[in-house]
Unconditional design. Structure first.
Length: 137
């Protein structure tokens, strides 16, 4: 079984509520990003912003998850400002960063993922909320 992953818009203090929810995508605005892992998002930040640091887990439910990560503000701002004309270049940069994380994602797949993340990031900014990644095995 692959990694389950949802991107969720929620209040900035909601990491624990997200992690403890039976179905967080039913309680918060979200999109399914099944198959992506935290490493994919670390690579996105590194490829687009030059920041190779990993993020701390905001909530961990157990050995098999769920794990909740808060998307850092700089990546949230980047995604919010990304224009549709910039998607292909951003996806290429993300894919080229690789590090072995994109064994089953093409540049086109990543462009589609970015296209799904952008409205989430914009909604988070407009509401003064955060963008979270919920992952579980």
């Amino acid at each position: 079984m692959g990694m389950l992953c949802d991107a969720l818009v929620a209040p900035k203090d909601a990491a624990e509520r997200i992690g403890k929810a039976d179905a967080p995508a039913d309680q918060f605005d979200g999109v399914d990003l099944k198959g992506l892992t935290a490493d994919h998002f670390f690579a996105l930040r590194a490829a687009t912003l030059g920041d190779e640091s990993e993020w701390d887990v905001a909530y961990q439910g157990g050995e098999d998850g769920p794990w909740v990560f808060a998307v850092p503000d700089d990546l949230l701002t980047y995604l919010s400002a990304l224009e549709s004309s910039e998607l292909a270049a951003a996806a290429r940069s993300w894919h080229q960063w690789d590090g072995g994380t994109f064994d089953f994602h093409t540049t086109e797949d990543l462009e589609e993922i970015l296209d799904r993340l952008i409205p989430m990031a914009r909604a988070a900014n407009e509401r003064g909320h955060g963008l979270f990644l919920w992952m579980s095995l």
